[in-house]
Ligand binder design. Sequence first.
Ligand SMILES: CC(C)(COP(=O)(O)OP(=O)(O)OC[C@H]1O[C@@H](n2cnc3c(N)ncnc32)[C@H](O)[C@@H]1O)[C@@H](O)C(=O)NCCC(=O)NCCS
Ligand SMILES: Nc1ncnc2c1ncn2[C@@H]1O[C@H](COP(=O)(O)OP(=O)(O)OP(=O)(O)O)[C@@H](O)[C@H]1O
Length: 196
Amino acid sequence: MIIGITGGIASGKSTASNYLEDQGYPVVDADKIAKEIVEPNKPTLTQIAEHFGQGMLHEDGSLNREKLGSIVFQNEEARLTLNSIMHPAIRREMLFQADEYLKEGNQIVFLDIPLLFESKLTSIVDQTLLIYVPKEIQLERLMRRNGYSQEEALSRIASQMPINEKKKLANVTIDNSGSKEDLSIQLDKYLSNLRY
Ligand SMILES: CC(C)(COP(=O)(O)OP(=O)(O)OC[C@H]1O[C@@H](n2cnc3c(N)ncnc32)[C@H](O)[C@@H]1O)[C@@H](O)C(=O)NCCC(=O)NCCS
Ligand SMILES: Nc1ncnc2c1ncn2[C@@H]1O[C@H](COP(=O)(O)OP(=O)(O)OP(=O)(O)O)[C@@H](O)[C@H]1O
């Protein structure tokens, strides 16, 4: 069984995923794969440099994430171009890793995918689990974690489907407005009710 974990930026997906991993469940992380496929000399990085210019690279050939982020989170067309370069490779690698875990005999594999609904990836999972926080808490945690100004944080939030819309689409919603311990308790409850 493949379960898709999603949520808005800084809603607590990684915190939930880390807990699930601690409990022994395999988690495939789309953000991690997105970072791996743009390591120096990888074909996806070459494509990004061709589209967005060599100025997107640091002197050592690595991706200047801050610079690319400042472009794509302020310009929808640029973001959609980046998505079209990166998403097929991310999807392929996620499915490959999930399949490996299933072949190893795992009954459940979690996929942590921030853009699960935006990228219409629901067909690759059997169930969707939303880590939800209201927008005000999301904004506060995002600004604190990344040191963003309110404007920077809001432009990132605005590049995603509003979290309240995601709530309508998810099979199961876990509210992460409380403490991290509250989140773990809810995840335990969710896991003990899982039927597969
Ligand atoms: C633009 C990039 C280089 C900025 O890097 P940065 O280190 O600042 O952010 P990071 O990768 O840690 O992403 C943080 C969060 O931003 C959000 N986010 C990232 N990319 C996107 C996107 N294309 N659209 C909307 N939200 C996004 C996600 O919630 C993600 O968890 C990077 O986000 C990127 O490569 N994005 C394109 C790939 C992608 O879509 N990744 C997310 C889902 S697979
Ligand atoms: N219940 C909580 N109480 C307080 N802080 C929390 C809680 N859950 C998560 N956080 C903090 O909020 C921030 C965002 O959480 P996390 O990194 O897990 O979100 P995410 O959804 O994985 O983000 P992204 O989409 O950027 O990958 C982190 O600094 C994390 O430590």
